[in-house]
Design a protein around this ligand. Sequence first.
Ligand code: SAH
Length: 394
Amino acid sequence: MQYKQITLKRGKEESLDRFHPWVFSGAIAHADEDIEEGDIVSVYANNGRHIGNGHFQIGSIMVRILSFSDTDIDSDFFFNRLNEALEVRKALGLIRPDNNAFRLVHGEGDFLPGLVVDIYGNTAVLQAHSPGMHFARNIFAEALVKLPGIDIKNVYYKSETTLPYKAHLDAQNDYLIGQFETNVAMENGLKFHSDWLKGQKTGFFVDQRDNRALLEKYAHGRKVLNMFCYTGGFSFYAMRGGATLVHSVDSSSKAIQLTRNNVELNFPGDNRHEAFAEDAFKYLDDMPTDAYDLIILDPPAFAKHKSALKNALIGYKKLNAKAFDKIKPGGILFTFSCSQAVSREQFRLAVFSAAAMSRRKVRILHQLTQPADHPINIYHPEGEYLKGLVLYVE
Ligand code: SAH
């Protein structure tokens, strides 16, 4: 297939020759005049050598490369990429009767830049971050229900807030195939509602699965504070782990209701759990010292862009300092950052500064990251975003 063409400035193919999938606007010498947002284009080096085929977009990243060879980008191509991603999840052992929630496609990490697909039982939630993926949404929906070894019946498209607004694509959140059945899914044997219709992201944060499982092992006999609880994932793992008390806090009252529902789903009538709609900083200031010996801090991304980095680091430091001040001696702190702009080292430094302010003895027990169904394309290190520390605070 002959695609419209983009030619790079001399030398600007270097990062692409190392398989980094982005072509920035400043790298382009010439683009065919009739290229439109979302088109599939072929990218050439200045000497005419073919580099790859990908989706075109107006913005600082102009092309997201889908293939580094001159293959057709058609429904077979996308089906194969989805099936490769599924093979990885099968290899990870994530598709089981007691676990039917996982990320099937993690953008660049699965060589499908601009696309996220989360699976909740029989429903796939599809999220496009680029116009090209928006235009391909029905191809993906049809491919998803045909994938072997997994039974997808419903495909919900949720891209109203993830597409570049300047592209005026007017995407509607809606089912592309099937309809609402149930939103109860299962993670490691625990049930939860995933509200893809109204919730954040695709409805549930599947990226904390492994970290929740680790938390469960530390929960026995402890008093747990799950700060920034959203749908309560860490809370119901802590309860199964044998916590004596679990308090969930989130500033959103909707999140508090979701948490209560999910705890009730797994532990009906269990009075170890209480949930509070309150601001994190206020709650940490007001709570008594030594009330908790296991604290989780999983805030929203403090830095969505590099420009917000400095304030974000101050935010992480302040937040963690409050936890170090109040956690019971012998307590364990699970602390996270999901800001892609904040590096692992910067986050650790912010937590280190907070620890030093408290003058307490602190050991790093674990260094956490995103789970294997959020893989990082080795040529695209920007795909790494989640980092966490588990600390023992004397
Ligand atoms: N730990 C959760 C995900 C957290 S998402 C999980 O495992 O699923 C971040 C959450 O922080 C959101 O639910 C948001 O409502 C909440 N939040 C944002 N700002 C807050 C604040 N200042 N105080 C308390 N909660 C806040």
